[in-house]
Design a protein around this ligand. Structure first.
Ligand SMILES: [Fe+2]
Length: 424
């Protein structure tokens, strides 16, 4: 039985084998080789000379990832300690490979106090671009901490690397291997193929839906149409929601007040209006219209490793992405926030953009449509989001403040002069 703390970890797999193993475990060779005084966990890269090795560990001392050809020189070694993460090429002696800090970690390379659910440390070997990367938490370029750039000659020895050994001082280090290296991250803004220009592709300003994980692609197609709009109900719906949520005594305001438990929670309160019913493949109901009064925001939270797309239906919302949720640690933002405006769509995958914070910085109520689905590889289906409150990591079960049709009925009552929308 999985411990609940495992559910928040995209790399966790059920050691009992009840959950389907990832491809690397199905095809990789895993054994305990007596190459040192303690067991060493080994496996093979899926593709010779490239891949991402993600180690989940509770150690506070040293992690060593070695990749070689038939366990002989030359070997690539990444040695991570509290103070540093160093890449070596071992051909007899160990030669330090010059690396650069991509960004400041802001804390120790290995945690001084290990979180209960461990920390993910990863090594990416990018054979094509001759780049080695080290990072923490999600296997995502934005989470790269150190990087080695080799050239065509100096990096040629990477091409035949196959065999992976992991040591972290434990009897059985836990790790997974992904076939692809960590390279450029897919942009957070999604558009249809009819909307993308050559310049946008060149600048990687947006991505086309086809580049998203499968679960996101399906969600995108469900909500990208022109009738997925508040105006489709009746033309004044966005204005009515704004007035309703901002005016004492009105329906949405009362709903919001009922939800808010303490005065301090007021700016962190927003409405979740559910659309349809749960289908067993998402945390809570898969389609949720969220209403954000001016100045209101979410906590920094994850999404139970689910995939999601989010479309702005009215107003604008500021989205900031973060690296990890750990009790007692302030999350680091991954770059500047993005202001999402009406009809813009953003996405998140089980390993990408998973942790974010939404905040309405405008003076107009924002309405968004959140859509969730688990990836088909997810055998856990965590029905809970985690968030930080006063530095503590806590769980939140996605719920419903009201259903969509009934909410619209209430809004119609507050707008007797409504103009018919696009719906027949
Ligand atoms: Fe969210």
């Amino acid at each position: 039985m999985a411990d609940p703390i495992h559910f928040a970890d995209p790399f966790w797999e059920d050691p009992s084998g009840r959950s389907a193993p990832k491809k690397s475990f199905e095809h990789g060779r895993i054994s305990f080789a007596a190459l040192s005084s303690r067991p060493i966990h080994t496996a093979d890269l899926d593709i010779v000379g490239q891949g991402t090795i993600a180690v989940k560990s509770k150690t506070t001392k040293t992690i060593e990832i070695t990749v070689s050809t038939h366990y002989s020189d030359p070997m690539l070694i990444l040695r991570i300690t509290q103070k540093d993460a160093v890449f070596y090429k071992k051909s007899g002696d160990e030669e330090v490979l010059t690396s650069k800090a991509v960004k400041n970690e802001g804390s120790l390379y290995i945690e001084e106090v290990a979180p209960d659910d461990g920390t993910v440390y990863w090594l990416s070997i990018d054979r094509s671009n001759r780049i080695l990367r080290y990072g923490k938490y999600y296997t995502w370029n934005a989470l790269t901490l150190r990087e080695v750039e080799l050239n065509a000659n100096s990096g040629k020895w990477l091409e035949n690397l196959t065999n992976v050994q992991v040591k972290d001082g434990s009897e059985a280090p836990f790790f997974t291997i992904k076939p692809l290296p960590v390279t450029m991250d897919i942009p957070p803004i999604v558009v249809g193929n009819e909307a993308v220009s050559l310049r946008q592709l060149d600048l990687a300003a947006v991505t086309i839906w086809a580049n998203l994980p499968e679960a996101c692609r399906k969600l995108y197609h469900n909500i990208a149409g022109p009738k997925i709009a508040l105006e489709a109900e009746f033309k004044e719906l966005a204005d009515t929601i704004h007035e309703s949520v901002m005016t004492e005594g009105r329906f949405a305001y009362k709903l919001l007040r009922k939800k808010c438990k303490t005065p301090q929670d007021w700016p962190n309160t927003y409405l979740r209006i559910t659309i349809g019913s749960a289908q067993g493949n998402s945390p809570g109901i898969p389609y949720v219209m969220e209403i954000w009064p001016p100045g209101h925001k979410s906590p920094i939270h994850d999404h139970g490793n689910a995939c999601a797309v989010i479309r702005v239906l009215s107003g604008s919302i500021r989205c900031t992405w973060y690296d990890t949720l750990v009790t007692g640690r302030t999350p680091h933002s991954l770059g500047p926030p993005l202001e999402l405006k009406k009809d813009m769509v953003t996405w998140l995958g089980d390993n990408q953009y998973q942790i974010h914070e939404l905040e309405n910085k405008s003076d107009r109520t924002c309405v968004t449509l959140q859509c969730y689905a688990f990836s088909k590889d997810d055998k856990i289906h965590k029905e809970q989001f985690d968030f930080l409150k006063n530095g503590q990591r806590m769980g939140f079960t996605p719920d419903s403040d009201y259903t969509f049709a009934k909410f619209c009925e209430e809004m119609e009552k507050e707008c007797p002069q409504k103009t018919p929308g696009l719906l027949p």
